[in-house]
Design a protein around this ligand. Structure first.
Ligand code: HEM
Length: 463
């Protein structure tokens, strides 16, 4: 009897990598929904199908950003400090316009310069690297330096690089529930930025306090830009590591083909799971159905990106022989409703960095590749020209990845539940709007508070 129990326990333990992570993920989703409430109209979903996804996203009444959605408390918690100054979460208005204008000015860099800066940062980041790496960790310092150069038009000092990478890593780690927030790390970056606001390459939005300006920069450039580019690159390099023929082809291909590879990577692994909007007015769908004002629309990117493709889970850059706009593909959002301001720059910079990586290494990996990639993309980098014998490392990676998955899914369940509860308790977004309502800004100077003379073209510095 005892032997049977021991054997059963051993069997359960040994087989746990094959069943436990999936169950824990499902449990985590249930716990999240329970704490957060099941608000939201899923799109695509029962009410609105795939064919009307873009139309609804682009609807003028689908324009509320944070106010009125319980989900926002969670995002604000993860993005703090200063989530109220995060461009992504600002409501429409003069403040949003001023911030968005500054972001556009900082991102308006000619293609050749984007490539040059990205390449320079990659060369520094790849120095002395070989063997087993985690791709997201490898890419963070590269994009930290890149973002710094976009903002300050000078080479990124080591201290700044480390502060930016620590900030971005902390945000994305907490977002994936593999670690808690460390506000000290994030505050150190804010303190670094505050005395340097005058050195920014374009004038910062007027009408904001210095702290608000620092929060804006930290949010858009030293958090979103670094996190998104590092995640996107981890997906791109991992997918190439797992498709050797595509890897060889991409290495020698022209930019057109490389763009297909990037498009297909972002189709399979879109960086946004869900983007939400709060409706500011009723949206009639047909004569019987209306989405009422105040609804939270949850646009599901992965589901949209799978719809209408044959064998949608297969990596096939050939799908993008057709123009991307004819396909269910919105990796940077929809043009009519606050799309990503880096939709032009990001693929150019990614291509330049990926070429530097492929010029130096052959990539191999055997880990599971999911959209959220909590493993940070373990991968073997073999210098080109060195003996390429990846088999032992691939076996090791496969086994380690399975077991890490077990431990990580439990960590995510516990930390995720705690953070959802803590965010719900702090209600950063709800409290911000409640305070703003009881303390409205002085309307008399609203006209020109955000109009900054420095937005004239002559006041900018190029990279
Ligand atoms: C491959 C890399 C990237 C991808 C796939 C990506 C994707 C997206 C998507 C899908 C949205 C819109 C979400 C929505 O509709 O709510 C968005 C918004 C945004 N992204 Fe990106 N992004 C990337 C890189 C960057 C970079 C490099 C920056 C640099 C500043 C950036 C800054 C922003 C900002 C500020 C917004 C908010 C726009 C607004 O609400 O006005 N992103 N991004």
């Amino acid at each position: 009897m005892l032997i049977a129990v021991v054997l059963l326990v051993v069997a359960v333990l040994v087989s746990s990598p094959w069943w436990l992570p999936r169950r824990v993920v499902a449990l985590r989703e249930r716990v999240f929904a329970r704490i957060n409430g099941d608000e939201g109209v899923p799109v695509p979903g029962e009410l609105v199908g795939v064919e009307r996804f873009r139309e609804l996203y682009a609807h003028p009444a689908a324009n509320g950003r944070s106010k009125g959605a319980a989900l926002s408390d969670l995002f604000w918690y993860w993005l703090a400090p200063g989530p109220e100054m995060h461009q992504e979460h600002l409501e429409r208005g003069e403040r949003y316009d001023a911030v968005a204008r500054t972001t556009r000015a900082l991102l308006a860099v000619p293609k050749g310069e984007v490539e040059e800066v990205a390449r320079r940062c990659a060369v520094r980041g790849l120095e002395g690297v070989r063997g087993l790496v985690r791709l997201r960790d490898l890419m963070m310092p590269v994009w930290a330096e890149f973002a710094y150069e976009l903002v300050f038009a000078e080479r990124c000092p080591r201290e700044a690089r480390d502060l930016i990478a620590a900030n971005a890593d902390d945000v994305v780690t907490s977002l994936k529930c593999t670690g808690l927030r460390h506000m000290g790390r994030r505050d150190r970056l804010t303190r670094y930025l505050l005395p340097r606001l005058d050195e920014v390459r374009v004038p910062l939005p007027g009408g904001l306090t210095p702290l608000e300006q620092a929060y804006y920069l930290q949010g858009a450039f030293f958090n979103t830009a670094v996190v998104q580019l590092s995640e996107a690159m981890a997906h791109l390099l991992l997918v190439l590591a797992q498709h050797p023929e595509e890897q060889e082809r991409a290495w020698t291909s022209d930019d057109r083909h490389f763009d297909r590879v990037i498009n297909e990577t972002l189709r399979l692994y879109p960086l946004f799971g869900i983007a939400h909007r709060v409706t500011s007015g009723d949206i009639p769908l047909d004569e019987h159905t209306t989405i009422p004002a105040g609804s939270v629309l949850c646009f599901n990117y992965p589901e949209f990106h799978r719809a209408g493709f044959a064998d949608p889970g297969r990596f096939d850059p050939g799908r993008f022989d057709r123009p991307a706009k004819e396909l269910n593909h919105v990796p940077f959002g929809v043009a009519a409703n606050r799309p990503c301001p880096a939709w032009r720059l990001a693929p150019i910079a990614m291509r330049a960095v990926a070429r530097e990586v492929l010029d130096r290494y052959v990539l191999d990996s055997s880990v599971s590749h999911t959209r959220s990639l909590p493993s940070r993309g373990p991968c073997l980098l073999t210098p080109r020209g060195a003996a390429h014998r990846p088999r032992p490392a691939l076996t090791y990676l496969r086994v380690r990845d399975r077991w890490e998955d077990v431990w990580r899914s439990l960590v995510q369940l516990v930390l995720g539940t705690y953070m959802v509860w803590d965010a719900h308790r702090q209600r950063l977004c709800e409290r911000h709007f409640a305070e703003a309502a009881s303390n409205p800004p002085d309307a008399s100077d609203a006209e020109d508070r955000y109009a900054h003379p420095g937005h004239e073209p002559g006041a900018r510095r190029s990279l």
